[in-house]
Design a protein around this ligand. Structure first.
Ligand SMILES: CC(C)(COP(=O)(O)OP(=O)(O)OC[C@H]1O[C@@H](n2cnc3c(N)ncnc32)[C@H](O)[C@@H]1OP(=O)(O)O)[C@@H](O)C(=O)NCCC(=O)NCCS
Length: 181
């Protein structure tokens, strides 16, 4: 893909003015399909914890069943092309916790896009009253483990494949509680 080269510096609004991050609309499958096409077989397996070659209709329905306060997805686009998706899904049993999952097309790894998606997802999670983001990362997924560490994640003491991230620390500009006017 000639529109982005690995020589680009890490993301910042100044260096990447064409990278935008916005919420995915309900049932909006296009960006999901585009990002999925840009993931290698290995990245698909690491993201979905099983080999996945196509996004089947039931899975697409689940991934696009976004709903403010329960399931929020954000899509990063570069030059108008979707390059990554971040999402959180609230835990119905522990409503202040949500599962975080992020995927960035292989061509754009290492540019800060995964970090930017996690920060935006965290910002929206804090607004929705979530304080802890939980990510499930295979022990062999060294990239995602390094990424989670860089985000300040702590390993779960009893589950080596689970890391926990304080949402407010990831999106520090958002006050945890809004004082009454
Ligand atoms: C995990 C993933 C989302 C990271 O996205 P990314 O945009 O490449 O990550 P970033 O560029 O924001 O990386 C930020 C930091 O993470 C760490 N990191 C990223 N890739 C790494 C790698 N391959 N090895 C070790 N650390 C890595 C680094 O500390 C990096 O900071 P630095 O570039 O200043 O060194 C991406 O690799 C991906 O989509 N993987 C496949 C799907 C997946 O595994 N998802 C699970 C996450 S829930």
């Amino acid at each position: 893909m000639p529109w982005l080269t690995p020589a680009l510096p890490a993301f910042s609004p100044a260096t990447h003015p064409y990278l935008t991050i916005r919420p995915l609309a309900p049932l909006e499958a296009g960006p999901l399909q585009a990002v999925f096409q840009g993931l290698s077989a290995k990245s698909r397996q690491l993201r979905y914890h099983t080999p996945v070659s196509v996004l089947r209709p039931a899975m697409l329905r689940h991934l696009t069943d976004v709903d403010p306060g329960r399931h929020v997805a954000v899509v990063a686009t570069f030059g108008g092309r979707p390059v990554g998706i971040g999402r959180w899904l609230r835990d119905p049993l522990r409503p202040t916790e949500a599962e975080l999952a992020v995927e960035v097309i292989d061509r754009c790894h290492g540019l800060g896009i995964g970090t930017a998606l996690a920060a935006e997802a965290a910002r929206l999670a804090v607004h929705a009253g979530v304080d802890t983001l939980v990510a499930h990362i295979d022990s062999a997924n060294t990239a995602a483990r390094g990424w989670a560490r860089a985000l300040g994640a702590a390993p779960h003491p009893d589950d080596p494949e689970q890391v926990r991230i304080a949402a407010a620390a990831l999106a520090p500009d958002i006050p945890r509680h809004h004082p009454a006017a």
